[in-house]
Design a protein around this ligand. Structure first.
Ligand code: ZN
Length: 481
């Protein structure tokens, strides 16, 4: 078994071979921090966090770099609108971003470089391009000369002629070629700027990622990721800048791009105004449900946003958690009954467990097929439920198997960043669990004293809050309905 992934550069699935054995360098374009992120921005976060978790799970040491674009026209304009300093406002949204990432159980990257802290590297790279004849200065701006890089278009699969035919007529007469793009922009009054060989100014968007990926991962690294909307021009320009500057190709060996989130088949984006911020969605659904929902579709396929599918994801995740909890409870009380299970039940569960262990790896090795991996977790949950059904005791063999299955369940769900502990994210601070146990205890006492009115009041009151109490031979349990 080996990992195969779809490489945008070759437009086919390739076997993954890292540049240095046992290590993976991965760069993913992070957000431009001028607002809260929307669901479309949250998808690459979850997708590449899962890619990273899986690479680590199979034994790679992963250096994961995700940048923040904290200097940009959008930032400057927004800051002007709200009367805040652009750098301070961007820093504030970086903090908000970390909060959102945490809600989605996305681990912090190894490094989160910010553009504002990497001006020296950016300027050095532009100087390098200038010296090699790939860039030219014009009235305080510096442009990348596209005709100087013969491989331009190789990532997006378009030729320079195609691109020119489709390009809008560019009124900027300072550029030698209409497709040339800015590496450095001369300062305008009232904007943040930095000193450079070309005067005060600030970098263009594309050069930032070339400079920061090079600094942390070198001239060639393994995986470069981002949303499909970044393939052109952003990633195409990154390739041109990096490879023209270093003379080393490829800049990244594998290019991975996640699909869009659409609303009524239209791409969710800030500019179209058809977006939901993650914060809005987090008011209705816990972060782990949103993560589960995003992973239920293969990362390259589009997802059409739909509340109903989020609800289905919530129910699905709850089903897995219920099975996991029943399994733990059975192990805990030792299966009180004396009758042993028919051995076929154990054999079937053992079989399903083995199928999952192998199948999960196969699914993830096939270009990170999280949708298939999740469906296998459901198959196992069903088998666990069948096994636990009925009043049987546990033989030592049953116990060993259940322990393995329980640990395996947690481990594989963990690779997807899903925590199967009941109420893991729903209870932000763990207080909900404590409160529920307290209420269940009070209700049990009321029932003992035959105070049915009190017991019913607790049950009905919780029902109104969407919490159901189930009475079982092992005592009362609660779940969200
Ligand atoms: Zn980038």
């Amino acid at each position: 078994m080996s990992l195969r992934l779809y490489n945008t550069l070759s437009r086919e699935k390739e076997t993954f071979v890292p540049h240095k054995a046992g290590r993976v360098g991965m760069y993913v374009c992070g957000p431009t921090t001028y607002d809260y992120i929307h669901l479309g921005n949250a998808r690459p976060l979850v997708v590449f966090d899962t890619v990273r978790r899986y690479l680590e799970y199979v034994g790679y040491e992963v250096a994961y770099v995700q940048n923040f674009t904290d200097i940009d026209d959008k930032i400057i304009n927004r800051a002007k609108e709200i009367g805040e300093d652009p750098i301070a406002m961007a820093a504030r949204f970086v903090e908000e971003y970390h909060r959102d990432a945490k809600a989605l159980n996305v681990r912090p990257a190894t490094v989160h470089p910010k553009v504002s802290n990497h001006m020296a590297e950016i300027i050095a790279m532009i100087r390098g391009l200038e010296e090699k004849g790939h860039a030219y200065a014009m009235d305080g701006d510096v442009y990348f000369s596209i005709p100087s890089f013969k491989d331009y278009g190789k990532l997006s699969g378009r030729s320079l002629e195609d691109l020119q035919a489709g390009a809008r007529v560019d009124v900027n007469e300072r550029k030698r070629h209409p497709m040339d793009f800015a590496l450095w922009k001369g300062a305008k009054p009232g904007e943040p700027s930095w000193g450079s060989p070309w005067g005060q100014g600030r970098p263009g968007w594309h050069i930032e990622c070339s400079a920061m990926s090079r600094k942390y991962l070198g001239d060639t690294f393994d995986i470069h990721g981002g949303g499909q909307d970044l393939i052109f021009p952003h990633h195409e320009n990154e390739v041109a800048q990096s490879e023209a500057c270093t003379g080393v190709a490829p800049m990244a060996r594998y290019w991975l791009h996640n699909g869009f989130i659409t609303v009524n088949q239209e791409k969710m984006s800030k500019s179209l105004g058809n977006f939901f911020t993650l914060r809005e969605i987090l008011k209705k659904f816990p972060g782990d449900v949103i993560r589960f929902y995003l992973l239920s579709t293969h990362y390259r396929s589009p997802i059409d946003f739909d509340d109903g599918k989020l609800e289905a994801a919530q129910k699905g995740l709850q089903r897995l958690r219920t099975s996991r909890r029943l399994l733990a409870e059975t192990l805990g009380d030792g299966g009180k009954a004396d009758t042993a299970r028919p051995p076929e039940l154990r054999e079937k569960l053992a079989e399903q467990w083995l199928a999952l262990k192998n199948g999960f790896r196969e699914a993830m090795d096939d270009d990170f097929n999280t949708a298939l991996a999740l469906s296998m977790l459901f198959d196992l949950a069903r088998e666990v439920n069948t096994f636990l059904h009925g009043a049987y005791g546990l033989t030592p063999e049953d116990r060993t198997l259940l322990q393995q299955v329980g640990e395996g369940f947690d481990e594989l769900a963990g690779v997807l960043g899903v925590d199967l502990a009941e109420g893991a994210a729903a209870a932000d601070d763990g207080a909900v669990d404590g409160l529920m146990n307290l209420l269940i205890g009070i209700r049990a006492e009321a029932r003992k004293k035959k105070d049915w009115a009190m017991a019913d009041r607790i049950r009905d009151g919780l029902k109104e809050l969407g919490i159901v109490i189930e009475d079982t031979p092992q005592g009362a349990r609660w779940k969200k309905s």
